[in-house]
Design a binder for this molecule. Structure first.
Ligand code: ADP
Length: 213
């Protein structure tokens, strides 16, 4: 089964993707993670990508489609979770064509619905465990007082350069302008499954499970 997690920044796509990987053995393909890796490569392309990401704008379709194409060539027994991809109609068309070529299909597009105010609260002050990817938040879910991740015990936490108010405003704008048209696109294809992303992590996970089974 191949699925897309669609939703604005802070909707909880990464968190739910990690759960699906653990519980169903699926393979997560996050273009955001791939691009963050590319920016540390020290190449000129990496440098250009870093500047675009830090402004909260979208990287070109050509670059992200290329990254996904490479990964699709690999094996994924439990299927792929596309997290943060596609983000434009051109990317959605390209994904459809790539899956067709491989004789595969797209089974469901989970649309995670979250209020704008909640998105800002979740992203401002976000920190991610460097060991396991567990997500913390200075006000909503602080890092434990002993400075260790409650999930894996690691003590290094990462903060994203684009998790600041100005970039976030731009990321939301990009989402509404370029990505939200995908809701209509996948609705028309009959694969859209809206879920309420405002609940607790486990409640959202149950809704996703119900939409997939
Ligand atoms: P979020 O969903 O929280 O904004 P991501 O980690 O998915 O975070 O993406 C971070 C940044 O990486 C985006 O703001 C954008 O610059 C770039 N990016 C990620 N995926 C894509 C994509 N499919 N197309 C274009 N740019 C992308």
């Amino acid at each position: 089964m191949n699925i897309i997690l669609l939703g604005p920044p802070g909707a909880g796509k990464g968190t739910q993707a990690r759960k699906l990987v653990e519980e169903r053995g699926m393979t997560q393909l996050s273009t955001g993670d791939m691009l963050r890796e590319a920016r540390t490569s020290g190449t000129e392309m990496g440098q250009r990508v870093a500047e675009v990401m830090d402004r909260g704008e979208l990287v070109t379709d050509e670059i992200v489609i290329g990254l996904i194409e490479e990964k699709l060539a690999g094996e994924a027994g439990g299927g792929f979770i596309f997290d943060g991809f596609p983000r434009t109609l051109a990317q959605a068309d390209a994904l459809g064509a790539l899956l067709d070529k491989l004789g595969q299909s797209l089974d469901a597009v989970i649309e995670m619905r979250v209020d704008d105010a909640a998105l800002v609260a979740r992203i401002a002050g976000r920190a991610t465990c460097g060991g396991c990817g567990e997500v913390y938040n200075d006000t909503l879910r602080p890092i434990p007082a002993d400075g260790k991740c409650s999930n894996c015990g690691a003590s290094d936490f990462k903060r994203r350069a684009d998790d600041n108010e100005e970039s976030l405003k731009q990321r939301l704008m990009e989402y509404y302008k370029k990505t939200s048209p995908l809701i209509g696109y996948y609705h028309a294809k009959g694969t859209l499954r809206p879920v309420d992303g405002m609940g607790a992590m486990d409640a959202v996970a149950s809704e996703i499970a119900a939409a997939l089974d």
